[in-house]
Every structure is written in C-alpha cells, then in structure tokens.
Ligand binder design. Sequence first.
Ligand SMILES: CC(C)(COP(=O)(O)OP(=O)(O)OC[C@H]1O[C@@H](n2cnc3c(N)ncnc32)[C@H](O)[C@@H]1OP(=O)(O)O)[C@@H](O)C(=O)NCCC(=O)NCCS
Length: 375
Amino acid sequence: MPEIQPGLKGVYLATTESSFIDGEVGKLLYRGYNIHDLAERSTFEETAYLLLYGKLPTARELASFTAELTAHRTLPSALFEVIRAVAQAHPMDALRTALSALAAFDPEAKDTSPEAALRKGVRLTAQAPTIIAAHHRIREEREPIAPRSDLGHAANFLYMLFGEEHSPEDARTLDVDLILHAEHGANASAFTARVIASTQADLHAAITGAIGALKGPAHGGAAEAVMQMVEEIGSPERATDYIRERLARHEKIMGFGHRVYRAEDPRARHLRDRSRRMAQERGQPHWFQMLQIIEDQMKPYQERGIYVNVDFYAGSIYYLLGIPEDLFISVFAMGRVPGWVLQCIEQYRENVLIRPLLEYTGPLDLPYLPIEQRQ
Ligand SMILES: CC(C)(COP(=O)(O)OP(=O)(O)OC[C@H]1O[C@@H](n2cnc3c(N)ncnc32)[C@H](O)[C@@H]1OP(=O)(O)O)[C@@H](O)C(=O)NCCC(=O)NCCS
C-alpha cells in the first residue's frame, strides 16, 4: 500500500512567490509584504498590482493600473443576456456562468502565455464585481447599474449593487476585506485553478473552475454559514447554549479551524475590529456580542489548534453593509481573482501537468457476465 495523504494534507505541490503562510504562528505575507501592513495601509488596487506584478507600484504605475481596471469594468452587452438567463441561479453559479461566457468575448481567450494571462487577469479582476452586481440587480427585477470611473474598486461595487454610494468608511471596510481575501496559497480553489492551467487550458477555464471550488461551505461558503448560525442563535443570551449543544453533537462551528493555521488566522483581527465598530455605529451591537460569545466558547479548542478564521467576522461585515447573505461567497471570489490569476501564471510559467495517483482498492479481474445472467 503506498503512503496516501488524504486531502493532500502536508503535500508540497510547487514553489511559489505569491504568498508565505506560517500556520504555526499565524503569519501571512503577500509577495513578502505582511498582511497587517497591507490591510492597514494598502488598497485593493495596490494589493492586486503587487500580486500580479510582484512589486508595490509607484504612484504612476498605480494610476495607470487603476485606469486599466476602471476601463475594463463594463461588460459586453451580450453578457447581460447570459446573466438574465440565469437570473434565478445562486449568485456563485451566475458568476461562474457569466465569467465563463466572457471567454467568448475576450480577444485573447485562447492565448495561454503568462503575458496574456496577466492581461486577461486584469480584465477579469475588473469584470467580476460588475457581473455580481448586475446579476443581483437583474434577479431583483431592477436594471443593472453602470460602473462609475470615479470610484475605487470596492466603492464602485457597492454603488453598482445598491445604486447609491456608501460612506467612504464603509467602502474602506470592503476594500480591506478584499485585500484580506486576495491570495492564500494552494487553497482548494487556487489548486483547482492550477490543475486546470496545468492542462494548458485557458485562464477563463481555470478561473471558472476556481469559482466552482470556492462555493463549498468548507472553503468560501463559511462566511454565509456563520451568519446563518448567528441568525439561528438570534440573541446573545442563547449563544452559549447553542454552541455547547452543537459541539456536543460533534458539529463543526463555522468560521473556526483551518487546514493551514494552528494559530489565529492573521486576517481575522482586521475584520473583528471593523465588525465591532460597524455593529456599534449601526446600533446593532447584538451581532458582535453573539460573535464574541461564540469565540469565547471556542477558546478550549485553541489547544487543538482550532482558532477563528477570516470568515468568522467577514459575514457580519457583509451583513452590516447590507449585502445579502447569498452574495457573501461572490464577494470573497471578487477579492480572490488576483490570487487565482497569479497562481495560474506561475503554473503556466513552470508547467507540469498535475496528475496525482489513486490507489485502487476495488475488486480485480471480475468475469464479464452477459446481461441476462446478471442478478
Ligand atoms: C476548514 C476546515 C475544513 C479544515 O479542516 P481540516 O484541516 O481538514 O481539519 P478537520 O476537518 O479534519 O478537523 C480536525 C479536527 O478538528 C475538529 N474541528 C475542525 N474544525 C472545527 C470547527 N470549526 N468546529 C469544531 N471542531 C472542528 C474536527 O471535528 C476534527 O476533530 P476530530 O479530530 O476529533 O475528528 C475545518 O476546520 C472546517 O470545516 N471549519 C469550518 C468551516 C470553515 O470555517 N471554513 C473556512 C475555512 S477559511
């Protein structure tokens, strides 16, 4: 029997210059820069540039990158027909379908060179928020709102979603959230993107696959699951019993645990602070109180390396921004596009077809019976 690593736990697939994660101490760097510096001092646009081009931009480089992103926010008009056709689908299904359909309109769709992947990646980074917002408007039987070129990535998304500008502080909160979600090593969706890129399929195929992988509750779906849990709890008084009962039934608590981190997910801190502030400012402190009680109840699990992860507070932030629950994963996805693109570019650059083995444990050499003799 060969040694099997279920879930490929602990297996190194390749080298990367994308992000460094030290799960034991809870450290995360993008391209060498600490996530805390990026969350506190950078913007999503600047972080996306850093990930895609490997360096922090100069003011001129950032201005030209921002202009490029802004220019690509609009969608080909035929894409709205695709979005209308799947108006009733889950937002992640709509995003997956529409982003896949964008390949038909991209002049470089088939070019799998790293250079073309980078250019397409910039376009997809710009287009993803427009798809998500347009689908949401269309399913609510409202007209999609055209992007505005005078707003940043996060602020423009909120504008396209709600038809009005949020405060600069709200836009900054979403901006920070997008920074924190932009890249995270060989997680399931980036791995999926790499597997697809390793067959030399195009970038749209790889990102479409990544969106599919992100949808599951063990990956991108956790923020939504956290908020559903908090809604089920309903009030701070019920939180302790709810968590105890759930743990007694050996059910996982959403927003805790991570395949890589055995310490607190370094991204959680920034969202915790913002969640606390937002809940207070909006006169809804009970949301944050419930989250705090859950975190307290989970303290004994820290001994086993189960700490709060990024999704635990992300859900409350989206909720307080007024973003509907079933859009939470899509917001994660739009933040993650640069990370996926970077992983694909790395894969294209040093490509080896990803093709692990399965140890067969079924029967061998069975006789083939004609159908009338089978029982
Ligand atoms: C993220 C996750 C899939 C990582 O899982 P993993 O590395 O495969 O670890 P496992 O699921 O095998 O869990 C290992 C042990 O910790 C326990 N555990 C892990 N996460 C837990 C949680 N959120 N609540 C309670 N117990 C948990 C498991 O029950 C298991 O216990 P056991 O050894 O007694 O069976 C897992 O922690 C999880 O499902 N968390 C909740 C969903 C979530 O928040 N996902 C977002 C990740 S960013």
